[in-house]
Design a protein around this ligand. Structure first.
Ligand code: HEC
Length: 156
């Protein structure tokens, strides 16, 4: 009897696994139609994560550490300088209102940091994507929030 019970328990476990697999694969539902993609309104900023209202002091503090190489192996400070004003002459000031590669929005800064700058406008060296390291998504987001906070009022 004990053996039979064990066998049933095994089958149950197996079934559970099968159900899980089907759910994880989306249960074979048809893929979403993509034909009206162009007409779709842009998703709200909060949904894309580029809503400045979602920038918290903790996120900025983490980004500060990434910028300085204290978290996530950020390399930013070595080129943009300790205070991010570009005193090294290698990289631009990130505190002023002049933006060479985007409109200075959070989304614009994010894209520049993520993709780097292969065609610098006022400097001779390039900036590799993410400053030449592989930043984790939360560190990329944090350092973007930090840079954004240097020239924009956030959280007040
Ligand atoms: C090897 C040096 C170097 C490193 C490291 C580096 N940058 Fe840059 N960065 C540059 C250069 C060069 C430019 C473009 C300057 C130009 O166009 O004249 C730039 C541009 C930028 C811009 C765009 C500024 C604008 O005016 O549009 C941002 C934002 C930025 N860097 C942030 C970062 C962050 C954040 C990091 C760290 C993850 C980082 N950089 C690491 C050299 C560097």
């Amino acid at each position: 009897m004990r053996h039979a019970g064990l066998a049933i328990a095994r089958v149950r476990l197996w079934l559970l696994g099968a159900v899980f697999l089907v759910t994880a694969c989306g249960g074979g539902e048809p893929a979403e139609a993509e034909d009206d993609k162009d007409d779709a309104p842009a998703p709200p900023a909060a949904a894309t994560g580029f809503d400045p209202a979602t920038i918290t002091p903790a996120l900025i503090a983490l980004g500060d550490s990434v910028f300085r190489g204290l978290a996530g192996m950020g390399t930013c400070m070595s080129c943009h300088g300790e205070d991010a004003t570009g005193p090294t002459g290698v990289a631009p000031n990130l505190r002023d209102a002049e933006w060479l590669h985007s409109d200075g929005s959070w989304e614009g800064i994010f894209k520049t940091v993520q993709g780097g700058v292969m065609a610098p406008k006022k400097h001779s060296s390039v900036m590799l994507p993410m400053g030449g390291t592989n930043l984790a998504p939360e560190h990329l987001r944090a350092v973007t929030a930090y840079v954004y906070s240097l020239s924009h009022k956030v959280g007040q």
